[in-house]
Design a binder for this molecule. Structure first.
Ligand code: PHE
Ligand code: ZN
Length: 878
C-alpha cells in the first residue's frame, strides 16, 4: 500500500456542477457491524458492488484522515498492498471484478471527535452525523448522494452504558452477547444514500406513542432524550403526529416504515437531521415546556419536527443527484414546513416571520461576497453551502412556482414528481420539469431563479389614462460574484386595488396576469412591463407585492398618506404590515441622514394609535404592526451603515410613541392580562405577543423599571420571562445585575435556558456589551465545544446586535476573528458559520471597513486553518 501523506494537508480542490459524472457501479446492499467500546469503535462494512458496463475496473472510495484502516478485502480475501493507494481522503483500488463483495474494517475514536461529523460522542451517547460527507469518516465508501443502497446494520455495545441501540429502518433481532455486551440489528428496506445513514447508542429515556396512517399502517413513534428531559417531549410528539396527518391530507404522502425514531442530542452542528426513520435532533428543537421554552421556541419545535418529517418524501424517497441540487430537498422542504406551520398557527403572522428572516439573513448574503445561486455551480467545502440562500430563498422559489401555476397544478406537479422519481436521486431541473408538465406552464425563464444570485429590485410606477390605471414594473439585479450581467426573471407579482372606501376593487386587466381571490397575479418577465387596469375608481390605491409574492426589494411611488391608508385598510396582512413599516422607515431613515431631532409627524402617531385601537385584527398581527422596523432592516435601507444613529433614531421614535400614547398602551397592556393563567392556545399566544411588544414601550415610561421588573417576577412562563429579561438586559436599571444573576442561579442546570441567558446579554444594546461578551467567554458555563452555546453568545452578538458588533473602534470585529480561530481548532463547520458578518465590509465606511478586513486577514494568517473557514474568509475578502 502507498500512503500519500502530502494529500492530507493539500487544500481541497473546487468541485464543479459541470463536471458531474454518474457513478461507475451500483451497490446492491451493505452490511454494517459496529462494535462500540468505551474508547474506540470498530466498523466492519461489507458491500455488494456491481460495476456498470463499460466502466473501468478502478474503484475510488471516499475516506477521511481520522480513521484507521484495519482490513480491506475483496470477496473475503485481503487486497494486497500493491493493489491499492490510500491518501487522507481517497482509497483507490487498482482493479476490481465486475461483481464483488468489498469488505472494509475501520477503527474510529468517537470521543476525540469534536467536529461532530461522522461517529461522535455527545452527552454520554454515541451518535452519527453523515450529511453531507460524514459517512466517509466511518468507513471507506462512495460517499455521494446518487449511490443508493439497502442497509443492514448490527450494533454491539456495552449493555449498561448503551441500553438503547438504534439505526435506520425497522428493528430486527436483538440479544445478549455475554461479557456485559448486547446487540441489536436494523433493516432499512428503502435504498438510501450514505448521508441518510444514522446510528445512536446510549442511555436514553423514551417517550412512546403511535400513529395509524391513512392506509392503516401502525407506526410506533419514539422520542429519545436524556432522563431528566422526558417531561419536555410532549409538544414534539404532538407536532410529529400533526405533521404526519398534514402530509397525508395536503400532499397525499404517507409514512413508510413501522417505526419513527427521534433522538435529541445536545452537541449538534445544525438544527436536526432527517436520517431515514431515525431523525437526530438538536435538543433545542425537541425539548419544550412552558417554564423553559418561549412561544417562539414552541413554534420552532413544531416547524423543525415537521421539516424533518417532510424530508421523508422530499429528500429521502426522492433524494439529490449531487450536492449542487441541495435546494431540491431543502428549499422544497422549507416550503412544506412553512405551509404546515401556517396551517397550524396563523398564516399571516407566519408569513411575516418568514419574510423577516429572509430579509435579515438571506438578503445580506445575496448582496455580499458570499452570494451564490440557489443551485450553486461550484464549491470547495459543501458544508459551507447549507445557507439561507439554499434553504430560504430556495423555499421562495418553490412558493413562486406555486403562485404562478396555482395550488391545484402544483399538487399535480408534486404527484408527477414522485411518480417519476420515487427511489431516485433527482435534480432541480427534474422538479421544474414535473411542475411544467403538470401545469402546461412555461417555466423556462423562471429557472433563472436557480442559476442567478442576487436579490432583484422591482420598481413600480403608476400612471393614469382616463380612468385606466397603468402600473409599470421595472426589474434589475445587481452583479454578484462571478455573475456580471443578469437576465430578467420571471416573477409573480401579486397586486390588489384598494378602493377609496377601503373595499377591494376588481378591474379588467390588460397584460399578462389573472385575478384570484381579490388579488391579481401578474407575470413580470420583461425588464420593463406595463399592466393596465381598466376603469378604476378615482382614489384607488394599489397594494403591491401582496404576501411578498417574490423575494425582491420593491421600490414604489406611494405617498405617506397612501401608505397610512393601506396600513389600515388593506385586506392583505403582509401589505398592511409592510406599509406600516415603510412609513416608520421613511421617517427613521430621514432622521438618520439629516441627524434631525424632528418630532414624528402626526400621521405616524395616527397610524400607531390606530393599530393600538384595532380590535378586529389578530393580536399577534397587531403586535407586529406596533413594532418598529429593526435596526438591521433600517440599515439595509441606507447606502452606508450608520449603526449608532440608526439605534438612536429608533429609540427616539419608540420613546415618542410611548409618550404620546402612554395611556392607551397601558390600558391595552392591562386588558390583555391572562384571566386564567398560562395557556398555549393560539389566542393566548397572540395576547402574550402583543403584551410583550407593549412592554417595550412601557419600559420607556417613567415607571418602566418597576413594571418590567414586576413582569419579570410574575412571569409564569418563559415567553414573558424572556421578554422582561431582554428589556432588563438592554437597560441601566439598578436591578440589572441582580436579575441576571438570579436567572443564572435558577437555571444553571438547564443548557437550553442558559443559552438564552447568554443570548440576551449578547443582544444588549448597552455600550459595554463587547467587553461583557468577551468576559462571558470566560464564564464557567461557557464552552467552545458546544455549538448551541457558541451560537447563543457569538452568533447572536455578531449577527443580531448591529450597533455593538459595529462598534467604531473595531473591537467587535477583532473579537469575532479570535473566536473563529478558536472554534476552528475544534469544529470547522461551526467556525465557518461564524464568518459571514465580517464579510459585510462593503456596507460600512472607514475606519470600520479597514478594521473588518484586518480581522479577516488575521484569520487567514493562522496556520492549519480548515478548508471550511479558509473558503469563506478568502471569498469574504475578495
Ligand atoms: N438536512 C438537515 C435539514 O435541513 C440539515 C443538516 C445538514 C443537518 C447537514 C446536519 C448536517 O433538515
Ligand atoms: Zn432540511
Amino acid at each position: 500500500m502507498v500512503d500519500v501523506r502530502s494529500a492530507a494537508s493539500a487544500p481541497k480542490q473546487e468541485i464543479r456542477l459541470e463536471d458531474y459524472e454518474a457513478p461507475a457501479f451500483t451497490i446492491e446492499s451493505i452490511n454494517l457491524i459496529f462494535r462500540l467500546h468505551d474508547d474506540y469503535a470498530e466498523v466492519e462494512a461489507r458491500s455488494l458492488f456491481r460495476m456498470k458496463k463499460g466502466a473501468g475496473s478502478e474503484l475510488r472510495l471516499d475516506g477521511g484522515p481520522y480513521m484507521d484502516l484495519l482490513a480491506l478485502e475483496i470477496d473475503g480475501s485481503p487486497v494486497p498492498d500493491d493493489q491499492f493507494v490510500k491518501s487522507a481522503e481517497v482509497l483507490q483500488l487498482r482493479s476490481v471484478p465486475e461483481k464483488f463483495e468489498l469488505g472494509v474494517v475501520t477503527r474510529l475514536r468517537p470521543r476525540e471527535n469534536t467536529r461532530l461529523e461522522g461517529l461522535y460522542f455527545s452527552g454520554g451517547n454515541f451518535c452519527t452525523q453523515c450529511e453531507a460527507e460524514g459517512f466517509r469518516h466511518i468507513t471507506y465508501f462512495p460517499d455521494r448522494p446518487d449511490v443508493l443502497t439497502r442497509y443492514h446494520v448490527r450494533i454491539e455495545a456495552d449493555t449498561k452504558s448503551c441500553p438503547v441501540l438504534l439505526s435506520n429502518g425497522n428493528p430486527g433481532q436483538k440479544g445478549d452477547l455475554g461479557d456485559g455486551r448486547h446487540f441489536a440489528e436494523w433493516n432499512d428496506p428503502h435504498p438510501k444514500p450514505s448521508y441518510l445513514f444514522a446510528l445512536v447508542a446510549g442511555n436514553l429515556a423514551c417517550q412512546n406513542d403511535s400513529y395509524t396512517t391513512a392506509s392503516g399502517r401502525q407506526v410506533d413513534l419514539n422520542i429519545y432524550v436524556s432522563e431528566q428531559d422526558l417531561d419536555k417531549c410532549d409538544y414534539a410528539m404532538q407536532s410529529l403526529k400533526r405533521s404526519m396527518a398534514w402530509d397525508e391530507e395536503v400532499f397525499g404522502l404517507e409514512y413508510d416504515l413501522d417505526v419513527y425514531n427521534i433522538v435529541a442530542v445536545s452537541d449538534f452542528n445544525m438544527g436536526a437531521m432527517e436520517n431515514k426513520g431515525l431523525n437526530i435532533f438538536n435538543t433545542k428543537y425537541v425539548l419544550a415546556s412552558p417554564e423553559t421554552a418561549t412561544d417562539a421556541d414552541f413554534d420552532h419545535v413544531e416547524g423543525v419536527i415537521g421539516h424533518e418529517y417532510f424530508h421523508n418524501w422530499t429528500g429521502n424517497r426522492v433524494t439529490c443527484r449531487d450536492w449542487f441540487q441541495l435546494s431540491l430537498k431543502e428549499g422544497l422542504t422549507v416550503f412544506r414546513d412553512q405551509e404546515f406551520s401556517s396551517d397550524m398557527t396563523s398564516r399571516a403572522v407566519k408569513r411575516l416571520d418568514d419574510v423577516r428572516v429572509l430579509r435579515m439573513l438571506q438578503f445580506p448574503e445575496d448582496a455580499g461576497p458570499l452570494a451564490h445561486p440557489v443551485r450553486p455551480e461550484k464549491y470547495i467545502e459543501i458544508n459551507n453551502f447549507y445557507t439561507t440562500t439554499v434553504y430560504n430563498k430556495g423555499a421562495e422559489v418553490i412558493r413562486m412556482m406555486h403562485s404562478i401555476i396555482g395550488p391545484e397544478a402544483f399538487r399535480k406537479g408534486m404527484d408527477l414528481y414522485f411518480e417519476r422519481h420515487d427511489g431516485q436521486a433527482a435534480t432541480c431541473e427534474d422538479f421544474a420539469a414535473a411542475m411544467e408538465d403538470a401545469s402546461g406552464a412555461d417555466l423556462k425563464q423562471f429557472r433563472l431563479w436557480y442559476s442567478q444570485a442576487g436579490t432583484p429590485k422591482v420598481t413600480a410606477r403608476r400612471s393614469h389614462e382616463g380612468r385606466d390605471l397603468i402600473i409599470t414594473l421595472e426589474q434589475s439585479c445587481a452583479p454578484s460574484p462571478g455573475q456580471g450581467v443578469k437576465l430578467p426573471y420571471h416573477m409573480p407579482i401579486r397586486l390588489g386595488l384598494v378602493g377609496p372606501n377601503g373595499g377591494e376593487v376588481t378591474a379588467d386587466l390588460e397584460g399578462d396576469g389573472k385575478w384570484e381571490d381579490g388579488s391579481c397575479i401578474v407575470n413580470l418577465r420583461e425588464t420593463h412591463q406595463s399592466f393596465r387596469f381598466k376603469n378604476v375608481p378615482e382614489g384607488t390605491v394599489p397594494s403591491i407585492l401582496r404576501g411578498f409574492s417574490a423575494p425582491v426589494v420593491l421600490d414604489h411611488d406611494l405617498s405617506d398618506d397612501e401608505l397610512a391608508f393601506l396600513a389600515v385598510q388593506d385586506s392583505d396582512p403582509f401589505v398592511r404590515w409592510e406599509s406600516t413599516q415603510d412609513l416608520y422607515s421613511r421617517y427613521l431613515v430621514k432622521q438618520v441622514s439629516e441627524d434631525g431631532e424632528g418630532h414624528p409627524p402626526e400621521l405616524l402617531l395616527q397610524v400607531f394609535t390606530g393599530h393600538l385601537a384595532d380590535k378586529a385584527t389578530d393580536p399577534a398581527l397587531v403586535a407586529e404592526l406596533l413594532t418598529l422596523p429593526g435596526e438591521i432592516a433600517l440599515g439595509q435601507k441606507m447606502e452606508s451603515l450608520a449603526p449608532e444613529r440608526i439605534h438612536t433614531a429608533r429609540e427616539t421614535l419608540a420613546k415618542a410613541f410611548a409618550d404620546a400614547s402612554s395611556e392607551n398602551i397601558i390600558d391595552l397592556y392591562q386588558s390583555l392580562k391572562a384571566a386564567q393563567g398560562y395557556s398555549h392556545e393560539q389566542g393566548a399566544k397572540a395576547n402574550r405577543r402583543l403584551r410583550n411588544v407593549l412592554l417595550n414601550y412601557i419600559a420607556l415610561m417613567p415607571d418602566g423599571e418597576e413594571t418590567t421588573q414586576r413582569r419579570y417576577a410574575e412571569a409564569d412562563n418563559m415567553t414573558d420571562c424572556m421578554a422582561a429579561l431582554s428589556l432588563i438586559s438592554h437597560s441601566n436599571f439598578d436591578c440589572r445585575d441582580k436579575v441576571l444573576q438570579e436567572f443564572y442561579d435558577k437555571w444553571r442546570q438547564n443548557d437550553l435556558v442558559i443559552d438564552k441567558w447568554f443570548a440576551v446579554q449578547a443582544q444588549s444594546k448597552r455600550s459595554d456589551t463587547v467587553s461583557k461578551v468577551r468576559e462571558l467567554t470566560q464564564h464557567e458555563a461557557f464552552t467552545f465545544k458546544n455549538p448551541n452555546r457558541l451560537r447563543s453568545l457569538i452568533s447572536t452578538f455578531s449577527m443580531l446586535n448591529q450597533v455593538r458588533f459595529h462598534e467604531k473602534n473595531g473591537e467587535g470585529y477583532r473579537f469575532l476573528a479570535e473566536m473563529i480561530v478558536r472554534v476552528d481548532e475544534l469544529n470547522p463547520q461551526t467556525a465557518a458559520r461564524l464568518v459571514a458578518p465580517l464579510g459585510r465590509w462593503g456596507r460600512v465606511d472607514e475606519p470600520r471597513k479597514g478594521f473588518m478586513k484586518d480581522a479577516l486577514m488575521s484569520v487567514l494568517k493562522v496556520s492549519n486553518l480548515s478548508d471550511d473557514v479558509r473558503e469563506l474568509v478568502e471569498k469574504s475578502l475578495a
